[in-house]
Design a protein around this ligand. Structure first.
Ligand code: GLU
Length: 301
């Protein structure tokens, strides 16, 4: 078993990250497997060395360890370019010149109906698919979903195993859901050379991750990841989407939620075991992928 924790160094880790990291770590350790750390720093405008340093500090303090060297996505451009070139060579991509405002305007057109919110934001109305723009350096590249599905044939044969408590079982890709509910996702953001979906799929394969353990908010994105694995000929790990840690009001924690930052609890004198208790992850017996401890954190301040 090989699991990973893949934070973006764009803010302090909070209780939700601690839960995710400890669950992935405990699960790997219980199976004598490996726990890997990967820094998802492709968004260069938001990634900061100080957040990266704090990630190492917080995770070490929590008692987690991982093999070196730690992969940084910012250093993996060649691998993403190769994957993108493969999809381009198959004729499954197209460049897109739309800004967010262009997309909003296109979706407001009377023939469009209500915008559909998918796992990658609003479903793209297809402006640049229908009228290809002149190609420029640094343009976004989108997946031509319909063509990708045609290329794969019967996608209902593509499945992934989910072991998370909310949706455990075998999930099958559905062409209609991918066209209407996901659409032409971005494979490369302008100036990035990649996107979250492309890089996560390429890196999970490169790191030979067998079990992806991450928050429930990413469950819907998994169909995109499964599709990209099929298109790129990459293996599919087992997925485990865990419950999200919420505040007293039931809201999920966000990066800017500094009140729940691990570093803050640390400064206030809490111990790593206190953090485990706060997120409902007691040490006895390890994590056990099937366990589902209580949902909310209690106020400590
Ligand atoms: N980098 C993502 C995040 O911080 C996690 C991606 C994943 O686990 O697939 O939310």
């Amino acid at each position: 078993m090989r699991t990973r924790f893949a934070p973006s160094p764009t803010g302090p880790l909070h209780l939700g990250h601690a839960y995710s990291a400890m669950l992935a770590h405990d699960t790997a350790r219980a199976a004598q497997g490996a726990f890997l750390l990967r820094l998802e720093d492709i968004d260069r405008s938001r990634a900061r060395p100080r957040w990266e340093a704090l990630i190492f500090e917080d995770l070490s303090w929590l008692g987690l360890s991982w093999p070196e060297p730690v992969i940084r996505q910012s250093a993996r451009g060649a691998a993403y370019a190769q994957a993108l070139a493969r999809l381009e060579a198959l004729g499954l991509t197209y460049p897109c010149a739309c800004s967010r405002a262009d997309i909003r305007a296109a979706l407001a057109a009377p023939q469009e109906g209500a915008p559909v919110l998918g796992p990658d934001g609003v479903v793209y109305p297809g402006t640049c698919r229908k009228a290809p723009p002149a190609r420029r350096e640094g343009m976004a590249i989108r997946l031509h979903m319909r063509r990708a599905l045609e290329h794969l044939g019967d996608v209902s044969a593509l499945t992934f195993t989910e072991t998370g408590p909310a949706r455990a079982g075998t999930h099958r890709l559905q062409a209609e859901a991918l066209i209407r509910g996901v659409g032409d996702v971005v494979l490369a953001r302008p100036g990035w050379g990649t996107s979250y979906h492309l890089s996560v799929v390429v890196d999970d394969a490169a790191q030979e991750i067998t079990h992806v353990i991450r928050g429930e908010d990413l469950f819907e994105a998994t169909q995109i990841h499964r599709l990209l694995q099929a298109l790129l000929g990459l293996p599919t790990p087992v997925y485990h989407h865990h419950r999200l840690i919420r505040d007293e009001a039931g809201k999920r924690l966000a990066k800017r939620d500094d009140a729940r930052a691990i570093s803050r609890y640390r400064a206030e004198g809490l111990s790593p075991d206190d953090i485990r208790r706060l997120v409902g992850l007691e040490r006895e017996g390890g994590a056990g992928l099937g366990t589902q401890p209580s949902g909310c954190i209690n106020s400590t301040s």
